[in-house]
Design a protein around this ligand. Structure first.
Ligand SMILES: Cc1cc2nc3c(=O)[nH]c(=O)nc-3n(C[C@H](O)[C@H](O)[C@H](O)COP(=O)(O)OP(=O)(O)OC[C@H]3O[C@@H](n4cnc5c(N)ncnc54)[C@H](O)[C@@H]3O)c2cc1C
Length: 386
C-alpha cells in the first residue's frame, strides 16, 4: 500500500516520520509553524533502541558521525565529586550524545526539500470518507492520513482528542545549556551528579562542547528568574568541578529553562485517519532520556504497519496496539525515577544502593542490551526508496 500523509510538525518526530514514509514509498507533506526548520534547545542522548531506529531510517552513519559517546550512564557522582560508580577505560558507552540541532539536521538531510513547508501553523483538521483536510496558514492540504507530530501542546490532539487531559506539570524545572569546554577543569566524559534533590547531567557533544542539564524541584509552573544562569549557579555553584565552571562558561543567552511536564496517558493514538506520534502522543519526564528515542521508534513502527497491512485503518490500529503500551510504560517509569531523584531522601537511598552495587553488576546494566528499554528491536522496513 502506498499513499500520501500530512505530517504536522518538523521536529525530530515529524522529520523521522517523513524519512520513514519515504523509505516505504509514501509521500509526505511536512507542515511546520516556525519560519525555519531547526532545533532550538540544547543536547540529548540516544540509547541503543533509538540508534537502531535511526539505522532503520537509513541515517545511522550520519547520526554516528555527529554523536559523541557519553559516560553519563556510568559515572554517578555526589555533589562533593566522589564517584559512586565510575566508567573504566574500555567500558562500553552505549549512549550517544547529540546537540539537538545536529540530530535534527541528520534527519532533515533525508527528507526531500519539496516536502517541507515552513510558516505553516496547523489550526484545523477535518476528516471525511476520502481522507483528511488540514488547514494551515489559510491553505488547505488533502491527504490519506494526518500524523500529529506537533509536540506536547499538539494542535492535532487539541482538535481531534477533545477528551484528552492537558499536559501536567511534574513539580520540576530544568536549566539547560551547551558550551565550549576548552580549558575547563574536571571530568567531561559524561556524568550524573546528585545532591539536595537536584540532579546535574553532563554529556560531551560535537565540536568540543558539552551539554549540561540541571533538574530541580519547582512546585509552581511558569516561575521565571531575571537571571536564569545565576539562579542555576545558586543551586550548584559549590558542587565539584566542572559543574560550576561549565555553567559559568555558558553564554547567558544560551541558558534555557523548561518546566518538566508530561502528557497523561491517552486511551488511543488514533482517531479515524489521524494518528499521534512523539510528544504529541506521550510527552514524558526526561529522566530515562527516552522521549525522542521513543519518537524515533514510533516513526519506524508507523511506517512498517503502513507498508505491511492491507488498509490504513488496520495499520493504524496495529500501530496503536504496538506503541501505546511501550511508550506509556516508559513514561510511567520516567515519572517515578524523576519523583525519586527529586527528593533528598530518594537520592540518598539510590546513591547508597549504587555505591554498594558490585562494579561488575553496574557495568552489566550498561551493556547495549543491559536494560529492557534498550533491547527494543525495530521491525524491518520494506525499503522502496533509499
Ligand atoms: C529537559 C529535557 C531533556 C530531554 N532529554 C532527552 C534525551 O536525552 N533523550 C531523548 O530521547 N529525549 C529527551 N527529551 C525528550 C525530547 O526532547 C522530546 O521527546 C522530543 O523532542 C519530541 O519530539 P517531537 O518531534 O515529538 O516534538 P517537538 O520537538 O516538540 O516538535 C514539535 C514540532 O511541531 C511544531 N508545531 C507545533 N505546533 C504546530 C502546529 N500547530 N502546526 C505546525 N507545526 C507545529 C513545533 O514548532 C516543533 O517543530 C528531553 C526533554 C526535556 C524536556
Amino acid at each position: 500500500m502506498t499513499g500520501h500523509a500530512i505530517v504536522v510538525g518538523g521536529g525530530i518526530g515529524g522529520l523521522a516520520t517523513a524519512v520513514a514514509l519515504r523509505r516505504i514509498g509514501w509521500r509526505a507533506t511536512v507542515l511546520e509553524r516556525a519560519p525555519e526548520l531547526g532545533e532550538v534547545g540544547a543536547g540529548m542522548s540516544q540509547a541503543p533502541n533509538a540508534l537502531r531506529a535511526l539505522a532503520e531510517l537509513g541515517v545511522e552513519a550520519e547520526a554516528r558521525a555527529v554523536g559523541v559517546p557519553t559516560c553519563s550512564a556510568s559515572n554517578l557522582r555526589r555533589s562533593d565529586g566522589r564517584y559512586l560508580q565510575r566508567a573504566r577505560p574500555g567500558d562500553p558507552t552505549p549512549l550517544l550524545a547529540f546537540h539537538r540541532a545536529d540530530l535534527h539536521r541528520v534527519l532533515l538531510g533525508a527528507v526531500p526539500a519539496d516536502w517541507l513547508h515552513t510558516d505553516a501553523e496547523v489550526t484545523d483538521v477535518r476528516q471525511d470518507d476520502g481522507g483528511v483536510t488540514v488547514v494551515a496558514g489559510g491553505a488547505q492540504h488533502r491527504a490519506d492520513l494526518v500524523v500529529g507530530a506537533d509536540g506536547i501542546h499538539s494542535a492535532v490532539r487539541t482538535v481531534l482528542w477533545p477528551d484528552a487531559e492537558p499536559p501536567r506539570h511534574l513539580g520540576r524545572t530544568a536549566w539547560l545549556g551547551v558550551t565550549d569546554v576548552a580549558g575547563l577543569p574536571g571530568d567531561l566524559t559524561g556524568s550524573v551528579t546528585m545532591g539536595n534533590g537536584d540532579l546535574l547531567l553532563i554529556h560531551p557533544v560535537s565540536r568540543g562542547r558539552a551539554y549540561w542539564a540541571l533538574l530541580t524541584s519547582q512546585p509552581t509552573a511558569g516561575v521565571r528568574y531575571d537571571d536564569e544562569k545565576a539562579a542555576a549557579l545558586d543551586r550548584v555553584g559549590d558542587w565539584h568541578q566542572p559543574v560550576p565552571d561549565l555553567i559559568r562558561a555558558t553564554p547567558e543567552a544560551a541558558v534555557i529553562r523548561t518546566d518538566i511536564r508530561e502528557l497523561p496517558p491517552l486511551r488511543t493514538y488514533v482517531r479515524g485517519r489521524a494518528v499521534l506520534l512523539g510528544d504529541a502522543a506521550h510527552a514524558m519526564s526526561p529522566d530515562r532520556g527516552q522521549g525522542a528515542g521513543h519518537t524515533l521508534e514510533d516513526a519506524v513502527v508507523l511506517a512498517h504497519t503502513l507498508a505491511t497491512e492491507p488498509t490504513i485503518d488496520v495499520a493504524l490500529a496495529r500501530y496503536d496496539a504496538e506503541r501505546r503500551p511501550r511508550d506509556q510504560a516508559t513514561a510511567r517509569g520516567a515519572r517515578s525515577d524523576g519523583a525519586r531523584t527529586a527528593s533528598s531522601a530518594g537520592q540518598r537511598l539510590l546513591m547508597a544502593m549504587v555505591r554498594l552495587m558490585p562494579a561488575a553488576v553496574w557495568r552489566k546494566g550498561l551493556a547495549p542490551d543491559g536494560n529492557p528499554t534498550w533491547r527494543w528491536q525495530p521491525p524491518e522496513l520494506p525499503v522502496r526508496s533509499s
